[in-house]
Design a protein around this ligand. Structure first.
Ligand code: PLP
Length: 407
């Protein structure tokens, strides 16, 4: 395992040279979306310049080339998460799309009046609302695993919550607003002991640590390409083959069919059964390139570098007067939510922006988390492996400068 050559790495991301209000960009909003390396940008350009074509339909050379590149990306994803087969990799629009797919298809077939779906207290809206919608339709209930003041799930309540009514457990591996890494293995173990399938929202995990779906024995995972240094508009739903075969299609249209008559349609095999219509071809190819890029560095190297940054940032930020951290889990990813006493997070975000520092402010699509802590929102700094300790120092100095103006 090598150390990160940070100066070389940063050259791969041209946007890091951008200036905002005359200051060099300090990009600390990686939980919202990550920046893209030239290795990804080049592949996108190459696709549109040289072989742009539709997939799975043409006999002509360009279409075959596009199809091969698109399917190659699927193999890259399958290897990255260690899926047993690339048929278990469905290309989606993103995390939200993948969760909606499962909620809709699983709900349609397996959810009945009086059943329930179990989620956690720290879910992104995209792992709440799709379940609420299908529960309402089916007369089922949405149940929630509570958390404590540190932003840690109350695991002692899990055995009781996993009662006979629960048909599926869906939780986020890493909280986007608290940084908490949830105990995935234990959650899955307890659910499986009661034959309850598990979906993991890995939108904030896939870019930070190695993830092996077979080792975890998870039934579904959903993530977005754009949080993994890939393009927007592309995502992945992984599902165990037995589950994907058992679920009805999500959408109807081209590519997801074997034969169509006005009387009856026979659906296509996996993975195409869940990919209706022209997919995001360049997005998938770009995601494949992003994964190849991440692999070339190594997720274990990335994890170590980000952990060092997190430790440094937590220590430096703790020195800021009036700071309050929201989320204090021991196990956490490089996401830090905080408030400064007497300062509205929105005002702080604006003044940081004037200094070229990009952070996110607000509820981070986790309103129930904000309600739990009794706050309207937080300021969130989220780090990627291309960030530096110098950038952390700039953030801390920027917060102090902003606080001096605002308080
Ligand atoms: C934990 C988590 N889940 C789901 C999502 C939704 O991802 P997308 O908007 O790419 O579908 C996000 C995005 O911030 C997230 O952080």
């Amino acid at each position: 395992m090598g150390k990160l050559a940070i100066e070389d790495i940063r050259k791969d991301f041209p946007i890091l040279e951008t200036e905002v209000f005359g200051k060099k960009l300090v990009y600390l909003d990686n939980a919202a979306t990550t920046q893209k390396p030239v290795q990804v940008l080049k592949v996108l350009e190459e696709y549109y310049e040289r072989y742009n074509s539709n997939v799975h339909r043409g006999v002509h050379s360009l279409s075959q080339q596009a199809t091969a590149a698109y399917e190659n990306a699927r193999h890259t994803v399958a290897a990255f998460i260690n899926a047993a087969s690339s048929d278990e990799v469905i290309f989606t629009k993103g995390t939200t799309d993948g969760i909606n797919l499962v909620a809709s298809s699983f709900g349609k077939k397996f959810l009945h009046q009086g059943d329930s779906i179990l989620i956690s207290a720290m879910e992104h809206h995209s792992n709440i609302v799709p379940w609420q919608m299908i529960c309402e339709e089916k007369g089922a209930t949405l149940k929630v695993i509570p958390m404590d003041e540190n932003g840690v799930l109350k695991m002692e309540l899990l055995p009781e919550l996993l009662d006979e009514s629960v048909k599926l457990l869906s939780f986020t591996y890493v909280s986007n607003s608290l940084g908490t890494i949830n105990p995935a293995r234990e959650l899955i173990r307890q659910a499986h002991a009661k034959n309850i399938p598990v979906l993991m929202d890995v939108a904030q995990a896939i870019q930070h640590m190695p993830l092996d779906v077979q080792e975890l024995d998870v039934d579904f995972i959903s993530f977005s390409g754009h949080k993994l240094y890939g393009p927007t508009g592309i995502g992945v739903l992984y599902g165990k083959e037995k589950w994907l075969n058992a679920l009805p299609p999500y959408q109807g249209g081209g590519d997801m069919i074997k034969t169509v008559t006005f009387e009856k349609t026979i659906y296509n095999a996996l993975p195409y059964k869940f990919e209706a219509g022209t997919p995001d071809i360049s997005g998938a190819i770009g995601l494949g390139a992003a994964i190849a890029y991440v692999n070339s560095i190594g997720l274990d190297v990335i994890a170590e570098a980000e952990h060092e940054l997190l430790t440094y940032a937590l220590a430096k930020l703790a020195e800021v007067e009036g700071i309050q951290f929201i989320g204090k889990a021991e196990e956490r990813a490089s996401v830090i939510s905080f408030l400064i006493e007497g300062v509205h997070p929105y005002d702080l975000g604006e003044l940081l922006d004037k200094q070229g520092i990009a952070v996110r402010t607000g509820h981070h699509c986790t309103e129930p988390v904000m309600d739990f802590f009794g706050i309207p929102g937080t300021c969130r700094a989220s780090f990627a492996f291309y960030n530096t300790t110098d950038e952390v120092d700039l953030l801390v100095a920027g917060i102090k400068r902003a606080a001096a103006i605002l308080i």
